[in-house]
Design a protein around this ligand. Structure first.
Ligand code: NAD
Length: 342
């Protein structure tokens, strides 16, 4: 079991991740053995054929249940669609848990489970508690793109974790540039790190079990909102007469995402005044920055739903105190943190 790794879930992401992991381990020690399992047997067969084509003589086998995978290997990596599949693979009949319970305690304690699925945080915490109850180690380690962007640095100003980049998703899995957002104990994180290093570029320890998923869903929230507001800006710009490729170049080179020292570290002093984001300072009701965009959007009949929501937040900050209005616009996060989610 010690030199064997099992990978369960050989879909779009999993097949690329398993390929990277197995190929690096195979190069390290010819004696390593690999086990794969997928609900679709053809996916497992295709993976094995492809891997053995690249690495003739490598030792790969296919099993049909998670239980067999755990009995064969000390390290288990899962990359499944979502919560129901994770529940079933770990807690279902012939699942990971039944194998861990069947193993002598000492062998269960040597087992490490790395679940990279994006799933419900509560389900992940429940599964982790059950696995840890057998003496085994487990981390939740969902993945995101791996390249640090200006956007990431900007989001650090807001104390928000954003990990995305040019090589996200399947391409990121293939080229090994994924970032793994890891939840689990310090011990589990240290044990998982070398395996993660074979599949990605970064491992971020986000906190105890479930924390990797917390970071992941925050990242996805930002990604989702950012995508819509990018579309708003692209549409407005084109309606105001600028070509899409020019706008994409401007947005891509991040004039919209400033690139300075984090204002939060100097209490949001300096930087770009919040008041400037909407209206000019000194009591004059002149449109400025976002305000100018709204004025122009009115002229060309373009709704800016996310822009409107953001403008309302800046207006709240400005109205709440002249002091906050003077500070960097990233202090909007301070006001928002006092609000309850709807
Ligand atoms: P996928 O549907 O391509 O792959 C899932 C694989 O799991 C399939 O091969 C499926 O047959 C297998 N499977 C399902 N139930 C199983 C079971 N009980 N036992 C064994 N195998 C089982 O999905 P994907 O795109 O590879 O995504 C996997 C996870 O990664 C998801 O949680 C997704 O949200 C996340 N993710 C995906 C991307 C992306 O770009 N595709 C990017 C980041 C994160």
């Amino acid at each position: 079991r010690a030199s064997s790794i099992s990978f369960l879930g050989l879909g779009r992401m999993g097949s690329e991740m398993a390929f990277n992991l197995f190929s690096k381990r195979h190069a390290l020690a010819n004696s390593s053995t690999f086990v794969v399992c997928d609900a679709v047997p053809e996916a497992a067969r295709a993976f094995v054929a492809n891997f053995q084509n690249h690495f003739p003589g490598s030792q790969l086998s296919i099993v049909s249940t998670p239980e067999e995978a755990v009995l064969a290997s000390q390290t288990i990596v899962t990359m499944l669609p979502s919560s129901p599949q994770v529940r079933s693979v770990y807690s279902g009949d012939s699942g990971v848990l039944s194998a861990l319970q069947a193993l002598p305690r000492a062998q269960a304690e040597e087992t490490l489970c790395i679940d990279s699925t994006t799933l419900d945080i509560d389900v992940a915490r429940q599964v982790s508690a059950h696995v840890v109850g057998t003496g085994a180690q487990m981390v939740d380690a969902p993945v995101s793109g791996g390249t640090e962007t200006r956007c990431l640095r900007f989001c650090r100003y807001l104390n928000v974790l954003l990990l995305r980049g040019a090589w996200a998703g399947v391409t990121g899995a293939k080229v090994g540039s994924l970032a793994f957002l890891v939840g689990g104990t310090d011990t589990a994180f240290e044990l998982a790190k070398p395996f993660i290093a074979d599949m990605g570029r970064r491992a971020v320890h986000c906190g105890p079990a479930g924390s990797g998923l917390v970071a992941k869903i925050c990242n996805n929230l930002m990604l989702g909102v950012q995508q819509v507001v990018t579309s708003e800006a692209m549409l407005l710009g084109q309606r105001l007469g600028v070509r899409a490729d020019v706008l994409a170049d401007v947005i891509g080179s991040a004039t919209a995402l400033h690139d300075k020292a984090p204002p939060s570290e100097r209490d949001f002093e300096g930087g770009f005044a919040t008041a400037l984001m909407v209206k000019l300072l000194m009591g004059r009701k002149l449109w400025q920055d976002m305000g100018l965009a709204f004025k122009s959007a009115n002229l060309v009949g373009t709704a800016l739903p996310l822009g409107t929501a953001a403008k309302r937040i800046y207006e709240d900050v400005i109205e709440s105190s002249p002091e906050l209005a003077r500070k960097d616009f990233s202090n909007a996060s301070c006001i928002m943190s006092a609000e309850k989610p709807s």
